[in-house]
Structure formats: C-alpha cells, structure tokens
Ligand binder design. Structure first.
Ligand SMILES: NC(=O)c1ccc[n+]([C@@H]2O[C@H](COP(=O)([O-])OP(=O)(O)OC[C@H]3O[C@@H](n4cnc5c(N)ncnc54)[C@H](O)[C@@H]3O)[C@@H](O)[C@H]2O)c1
Ligand SMILES: [Fe+2]
Length: 434
C-alpha cells in the first residue's frame, strides 16, 4: 500500500514538515561510557536523578562509578515520585538549586527523566510553577534560554522521554495530568542500554510495549501534516505536526518490532528481546516526537488523572495509580475501530505490522482487525480488561469525557474531528473488551 497518497494538499494547509532528531547512543554496555560523555558536555558537578527502586539497581551503580572515575563530582536525588506530581517536581527543583550543579544525569523511567528536565528548567530559569506549564492550565511561557546539559539514561523503553522536549506531571490541585513542552527540555544526549531492562517486572514490560505500539499507530494515523493549517510564521510550526513521511518510517518499523517481540519478552523475560524492544521505543519516540499522538493519549490523561483505587502489580503500591502505558492501551482498541474510517489503509498496514492476519481482508475490516489483535495481545500479557479493569464504570463516562475533551492539542491531531458525544462513545467502547 502506498503511504504517500495520504499527504494530499489542502487549501491553507502546511506544505513542509521539520524533523527534530535527538542525540542518541544505543547499545548494551553503553552506560559505562557516560563519564567521557559527561566530560565532553563540560560537566564537572552533576545532579544524578533516580528513584528509590532503581537507585538500588545496577544502572545507577554503573553510572555513578563511571562519572566518578572520570573525576566528576556528583550528588544523587532519589525521591522522584512515580508518575510525578507538581509536589515532586518542586522538591527536585529545591535539590537542583541547592546543589549548584553544572549538569544533570537521569537514570530511570519517564518519571525520573521528566523530573530531571523540570528540575533543570526551574533551577536554571526560576519562575512561578505554572509559568511554563501548558495552557490553559498554565501560561505556556517559552523557555528563555538554553538549559544545562542533561544526559538521560532510560531503564524502561516506553516513554522515549530521552528523545522528547516534554515533561509530564500530575497537577495535584486539579487531579489532572499536564506537562511542559519545549525543544529546550530535550536532553543533550540519551544513552539507551538494553541491559537495564533485565530487572523490569513483566507488567511494566507489557505496559511499555503497548505505549510504544500506541505512539506508533497514533503517529501513523494522525491527521496528515498537509491538513494542519500552515503556521503564521516558520517558528510557530508545532512539534505535533501530524503524520508525515519521516515519522511513518520510524513508527512502522517500531510496530513490527513490538509485534515480533513483545509477547515473548513479557512471557519469558529473556535478554535477547530487550534490544529490539528498546530500539522500537526509540524509533517510536523520534516518530511521535515529530508527528504527535492523538486520541488514546488524549483520553489517557483523564484515565490516569481520575484514578480511584486501582493498584497494579509491578508498580510501587504507596498510592493508587493507572500507569501511563495502561491508561493509553485501555483506550486504543475502541479508538482504532473508530478512526479506521478516516484512513483504513493506514490501519490495515498497522494491523499487518503488529501481526494480525490481514490476508485478503477488505479495507473496511481494518479497524476491527487491528483492535482484535491488540485485545488478544492485552489478554496474553495480563493487561486489564478496558476501563472497567482499572476501576471505572458507566457512571464515570461523563467525568472522563469532561476531563479529556480539553486536550485540544491531542484531539485535534486525530484523523477526524471529534465531538464531545463521540468522545463519550469512545470511552463507552473502551469499558470492556472481553
Ligand atoms: N516525557 C515524555 O515524553 C513522556 C512520554 C510519555 C510518558 N511520560 C511519563 O513517563 C512516566 C512513566 O514512565 P515509565 O513508564 O518509563 O515508568 P516509571 O518511570 O514511572 O517507572 C515505573 C516503575 O518501574 C520501576 N523501574 C523503572 N525501571 C526499572 C528497571 N529497569 N528495573 C526495575 N524497575 C524499574 C520504577 O522504579 C517504577 O517503580 C509517566 O509519568 C508518564 O506520564 C513522559
Ligand atoms: Fe505514551
């Protein structure tokens, strides 16, 4: 099928897209090189961010040893909250200000990398907390200058936070997930060492894999960049540009890697699966960093923000939480059934790539084939059965809809326009799958 036929021109639509590529090092053992990388970036006194669990594991040990061997002074912050909040971003900022650091290193999942980004921002350019936060919740002020160098070392593979200029957090007073977005938040270097995944519980492996899968399918099926209004000036072209020929390549490759490796990785946890999964996460990260996600991610902020008492196995149990990958994948099948009408070829390509049997199937079956394959993979990896599986019921449909509808940036990136009622119907369709 021809992917380029999607990019039809539209009156007033954009005719160019830009590619922001992160600086990445990838490979088993790559973390041992961090001392030299930090020196090249001019670091002499480093803030090492991690969380309490990873702080006790090999990757943090490897990183701190390598930094010290290179003669770099350091202090460690391990109080990162999992799925961070404004409270933990502020605590990390106090640490960053007091330590007088000239560089940042984060070793952990999205929670840790995002916390390091925020601490770097607020300690370098102090302001009211809401100043840099996305509108309409915050003032979306531009980051005024270059931040201190930051080396991000993921120990998960879903978020691709090492590739993005995004820091996500829960604003406690609003029970709402939001974020800070600026190309200046993008780490100076991401070091991806697949051996770090060896200690990941299987539930987190699965949630990460589905996050990567959804990043990729959302990017491929996003509205084409040619249908987004042309920016008033080149500097105003958004990071979420819509589907484009560059992100198509990365994201399609990522879907295949997830289809080929995720089930075996979760069910055997054998090391040979970690490299392709981490590579898939990176490819998808670069892809969605330029294309942008749409409905499953837009809906996920409501699913995680309104959490009741769900406490998943594999994550810390000090508070209820719907982890990011789970809050996304519970929506994806319902969404893809619906969005397939707008671009059935792309949904069919995604269904084939993730391993559905699509031979001879008519295009109108694309959404169902894709959704059914995802549902089958969710069942085989112990994911919750839709929204009901994470504690929601029909009574919550209005609340979820109200919370997700303002996620304009993500909703507008969908391949079709979505009304409040349609959004509610999507949540309803995501309630149970089997
Ligand atoms: N910045 C972005 O672009 C972006 C994109 C998507 C999601 N996010 C955010 O990232 C966060 C989720 O990040 P995540 O899914 O990477 O997980 P996480 O950082 O929240 O970690 C989940 C759990 O896994 C543990 N863990 C991490 N690596 C481990 C390892 N190798 N071995 C054993 N345990 C390990 C952590 O200690 C934690 O308990 C959310 O806050 C989400 O909103 C950010
Ligand atoms: Fe995600």
């Amino acid at each position: 099928m021809d992917l380029s036929s999607y990019f039809t021109s539209k009156r007033g639509g954009d005719s160019s897209f830009s590619v922001e590529a992160p600086k990445i090092k990838f490979g088993p053992g790559s973390l041992t090189e961090i001392g030299s990388d930090a020196k090249i970036l001019g670091m002499r006194r480093v803030a090492v961010f991690t969380d309490r669990r990873i702080g006790k594991l090999a990757p943090v040990h490897t990183v701190t040893q390598a930094l010290q061997k290179a003669g770099i002074d350091l202090a460690t912050f391990d109080e990162t909250e999992i799925e961070p909040t404004d409270r933990s971003f502020k605590a990390a900022t106090v640490f960053a200000k007091e330590g007088k650091f000239d560089g940042f290193v984060s070793v952990g999942g999205g929670s840790v990398m995002d916390t390091a980004k925020a601490a770097n921002l607020y300690s370098t350019f102090p302001d009211d907390f809401l100043a840099y936060v996305n509108a309409p919740i915050g003032k979306a002020k531009s980051v005024p200058g270059t931040l201190k160098p930051h080396i991000a070392c993921p120990t998960t593979f879903g978020t691709a936070s090492e590739c993005t200029g995004i820091a996500v957090f829960d604003l406690l007073e609003r029970m709402s997930k939001t974020g800070i977005v600026s190309p200046r938040l993008r780490p100076s270097l991401g070091i991806l060492d697949p051996t770090t995944l060896a200690t990941l519980p299987k539930e987190i492996l699965a949630a990460n894999g589905f996050d990567v899968f959804s990043h990729s399918v959302e990017s491929i099926t996003a509205r084409p960049f040619t249908h987004r209004p042309a920016p008033p000036s080149p500097s105003e072209r958004p990071l979420s540009q819509g589907a484009n020929p560059y992100s198509d390549i990365n994201c399609l490759a990522a879907i295949r890697l997830i289809g080929d490796n995720l089930l075996d990785a979760v069910n055997t946890r054998k090391e040979r699966y970690f490299r392709p999964l981490m590579f898939a996460g990176m490819l998808a990260g670069i892809g969605f960093g330029n294309a942008g996600c749409h409905l499953p991610h837009g809906m996920s902020y409501a699913v995680s923000g309104l959490v009741k008492d769900y406490q998943p196995t594999g994550w810390p149990t000090d508070h209820p939480l719907v982890p990011h990958g789970i809050s996304v994948i519970v929506n994806s099948p319902a969404v893809f059934r619906y969005t397939a009408d707008a671009c059935p070829e792309r949904h069919m390509i995604a269904a084939t790539a993730i391993g559905a049997n699509t031979e001879g199937a008519p295009l109108k079956a694309a959404g169902t084939l894709l959704a059914d394959r995802v549902i089958d993979m969710m069942r085989q990896t112990g994911m919750p059965n839709g929204l009901a599986g994470v504690g929601y019921s029909e009574e919550d449909l209005d609340g979820l809809t109200e919370k997700a509808f303002p996620q304009k940036r993500l909703l507008d990136n969908a391949p079709l326009t979505i009304s409040r009622n349609q959004l509610k119907a999507l949540f309803q369709g995501a309630m149970t799958y089997w």
